[in-house]
Design a protein around this ligand. Structure first.
Ligand SMILES: *[C@@H]1O[C@H](CO)[C@@H](O)[C@H](O)[C@H]1NC(C)=O
Ligand SMILES: *[C@@H]1O[C@H](CO)[C@@H](O)[C@H](O)[C@H]1NC(C)=O
Ligand SMILES: *[C@@H]1O[C@H](CO)[C@@H](O)[C@H](O)[C@H]1NC(C)=O
Ligand SMILES: *[C@@H]1O[C@H](CO)[C@@H](O)[C@H](O)[C@H]1NC(C)=O
Ligand SMILES: *[C@@H]1O[C@H](CO)[C@@H](O)[C@H](O)[C@H]1NC(C)=O
Ligand SMILES: *[C@@H]1O[C@H](CO)[C@@H](O)[C@H](O)[C@H]1NC(C)=O
Ligand SMILES: *[C@@H]1O[C@H](CO)[C@@H](O)[C@H](O)[C@H]1NC(C)=O
Ligand SMILES: *[C@@H]1O[C@H](CO)[C@@H](O)[C@H](O)[C@H]1NC(C)=O
Ligand SMILES: *[C@@H]1O[C@H](CO)[C@@H](O)[C@H](O)[C@H]1NC(C)=O
Ligand SMILES: *[C@@H]1O[C@H](CO)[C@@H](O)[C@H](O)[C@H]1NC(C)=O
Ligand SMILES: *[C@@H]1O[C@H](CO)[C@@H](O)[C@H](O)[C@H]1NC(C)=O
Ligand SMILES: *[C@@H]1O[C@H](CO)[C@@H](O)[C@H](O)[C@H]1NC(C)=O
Length: 410
């Protein structure tokens, strides 16, 4: 996330503008509007693009897409007062302007309307336009949201009017923010409610393509740590994070394609650190015990939440993934590393070797007991054998008694 501009808006406090790098050429817009007392009064983060059709001088129609916005300003955005409701005003590119109006009722507030203006006189965006001038489309929305709720709509919403198609997604907005704190109560749009995709965690990942689909099994990734030219730590695993806040569990799958690994290897401890756009760091610390076994001793995590706060937790008193030094630990079935009540990691198709990696390859694996169906076979065989021994012993005792009794009668 790049927060790059802090400038005054007439009539209100400071606006902190953050652009979040998203998919391809699309940026999430983010506005944290504060009142004169520096308390947040309006918060919004969203993605949008536009398709505009216009007539050219040779009487054909051209379609242009506006998604690369260049410099963005938020002049005219206001918290609202007695006369005017809150308003988000955005200016971008050559002559584009976008305004959303809000109003308040007894127990709800609403997003009243959106208005989008473009200038066909700009001949780089609209080459050969027949009519040159500023055109505006107004859309009445009247979306009602309970007061003190954060509106969320990750699904794609499409507005179509005249020659303009507007796309919105990954929308988060709250007007009339109370006590300067963006609410943790979310009000979902109908599209999100009916979507089979579970509500996603508060991430700053704006791209819909990277939106995690939590109930699915996470994809396994291979992470490694190097010491000089040599690989000293190897880990292959699918990771699913489960964060519980205010009694609501959010489950997020880690995408190995966008996750970066670093770390360090020492003789008695090894660190694997993962990071991504939403994970500031996720540390796995391994240690050696009794000089001949290793285990996962510590997990230390820090993640970015959408409301700008950071979720951090650490536990250095864990005991998971125990295996002999010189081997790797393996568990294909789902396992849970419980870091705290609020934070758990579900692992899938796990294999780790934090020490004694040779030639960049895993050594023989010690499998978790969950995987070990084969352990049943020796038990069955063993039980069968001991049964047989008991039978032989009994037969022997009975045999001896009989012969003894027989001898006496003689
Ligand atoms: C606009 O956004 C929608 C929704 O994400 C996407 O399907 C479409 O491809 C985008 N258009 C362009 C030109 O980026
Ligand atoms: C926005 O406001 C700033 C300062 O108030 C001004 O310098 C800038 O020109 C304005 N931008 C637009 C597009 O009006
Ligand atoms: C938005 O509100 C402003 C006043 O705050 C008003 O002038 C404008 O007409 C409204 N826009 C729409 C589309 O309702
Ligand atoms: C755009 O308009 C300017 C003058 O208004 C003109 O000099 C320029 O050649 C035009 N560019 C294109 C691509 O038509
Ligand atoms: C805001 O603060 C007031 C007074 O401290 C309190 O009564 C009210 O419940 C708070 N509202 C919210 C939404 O936290
Ligand atoms: C790493 O490899 C390069 C070239 O293969 C070699 O020159 C260098 O000495 C090696 N470094 C270490 C620490 O082994
Ligand atoms: C996430 O954690 C909560 C609370 O510990 C638990 O009830 C829930 O089953 C967990 N979900 C998953 C997918 O692990
Ligand atoms: C990761 O990349 C691989 C290969 O490019 C692709 O098949 C896979 O779908 C990607 N995974 C995710 C979660 O994007
Ligand atoms: C992870 O952190 C490193 C620096 O430690 C940084 O260079 C890299 O860009 C980060 N990766 C992601 C995906 O954020
Ligand atoms: C918005 O800005 C205020 C004041 O700078 C800050 O206290 C708050 O945490 C910010 N909220 C978000 C969601 O960025
Ligand atoms: C962000 O949300 C979490 C719960 O989801 C909450 O604990 C935290 O206080 C919030 N932070 C801000 C700055 O609103
Ligand atoms: C967790 O990591 C952070 C950053 O590296 C560090 O400051 C903190 O002390 C660590 N916490 C624990 C309990 O190890």
């Amino acid at each position: 996330m790049v927060c790059f501009r802090l400038f005054p808006v007439p009539g209100s406090g400071l606006v902190l503008v953050c652009l979040v790098l998203g998919a391809v050429r699309s940026y999430a817009l983010e506005l944290n509007l504060t009142d004169s007392g520096k308390a947040t009064c309006l918060y919004a983060k969203w993605q949008m693009n536009f398709t505009v059709r216009y007539e050219t001088t040779n009487k054909t129609y051209n379609t242009v897409t506006i998604s690369d916005r260049g410099t963005v300003t938020y002049n005219g955005s206001i918290c609202g007062d007695d006369q005017n409701g809150p308003k988000i005003a955005v200016q971008f590119g050559p002559g584009f302007s976008w305004i959303a109006n809000f109003s308040k009722a007894a127990s709800t507030y609403s997003i009243d309307s959106i208005s989008f203006s473009y200038n066909t006189g700009d001949n780089t965006t609209f080459p050969d336009a027949e009519d040159k001038g500023i055109l505006t489309v107004d859309e009445l929305l009247a979306i009602k949201i309970p007061l003190n709720d954060l509106f969320r709509c990750n699904s794609l919403s499409t507005l179509e009017k005249n020659d303009v198609v507007q796309h919105y997604w990954d929308v988060l907005v709250q007007a009339f923010v109370q006590n300067g704190t963006v609410s943790t109560n979310e009000f979902l749009c109908d599209e999100d409610k009916t979507s089979t995709v579970a509500p996603t965690i508060h991430t700053t990942v704006p791209s819909p393509t990277t939106t995690p689909t939590p109930k699915e099994k996470p994809e396994a990734g291979t992470y490694s740590v190097n010491n000089g030219n040599d690989t000293c730590l190897l880990a292959t695993m699918g990771l699913q994070l489960n964060i519980t806040q205010d009694k609501v569990a959010s489950v997020i799958n880690i995408n190995p394609n966008t996750t970066h690994s670093t770390g360090s290897c020492r003789s008695h401890t090894a660190l694997l650190r993962l990071n991504s756009s939403t994970i500031k760091y996720l540390d796995f610390v391994f240690a050696v015990k009794n000089e001949n076994r290793f285990y996962l001793k510590e997990v230390n995590v820090s993640m970015y939440l959408v409301n700008g706060s950071v979720f951090s937790i650490a536990n250095n008193n864990l005991s998971y993934w125990d295996a002999p030094l010189g081997s790797s630990y393996m568990c294909n079935k789902e396992q849970t590393v419980s870091v705290s009540r609020a934070f758990q990691i579900n692992t899938f198709d796990l294999r780790v070797q934090p020490f004694n990696v040779t030639q960049g390859k895993y050594s023989t694996a010690q499998e978790c007991s969950l995987d070990d169906d084969t352990i049943l076979i020796p038990i069955i065989v063993g039980a069968g054998l001991s049964g047989l021994i008991i039978v032989i012993v009994i037969a022997y005792v009975i045999g001896r008694r009989k012969s003894y009794a027989g001898y006496q009668t003689l």
